[in-house]
Design a protein. Sequence first.
Length: 134
Amino acid sequence: MLELRYAATWRLLSVVSLLLILAATIVPSDWLWPNDRTFHLHISDKWLHGITFAGLALWFSGQYAKSCYWRIALGLLAFGLLIEIVQRAVSYRSAELLDLVADVVGIAAGLILARAGLGGWTPRLEDWLQERFG
């Protein structure tokens, strides 16, 4: 982990984020996306997988050095696999190989963006907050 003033807080936020995402993938989908036309998203769940895992890759790349990005990729791949295993275990969800492919594409996209300069954002944010609020 990078040298962070609030490392414990970032770890807690990371765990909470992963648990919320896992919970969202386990509950029946109509709890999150009701069939009511005003709330229904006309977006492929593959896009949701990709965007979610790109966001996770960017989140963790903000807290870890570039030399650890391969660990982020493996950890997120394991998390994606866990999601598919859990979805297979419940009767109202389904596991799909293409979901895992979308996860991998999202992880790659997020880490490419991190390597392009978005990684390591957490210390910069902490410095900005320190300057702004003391």
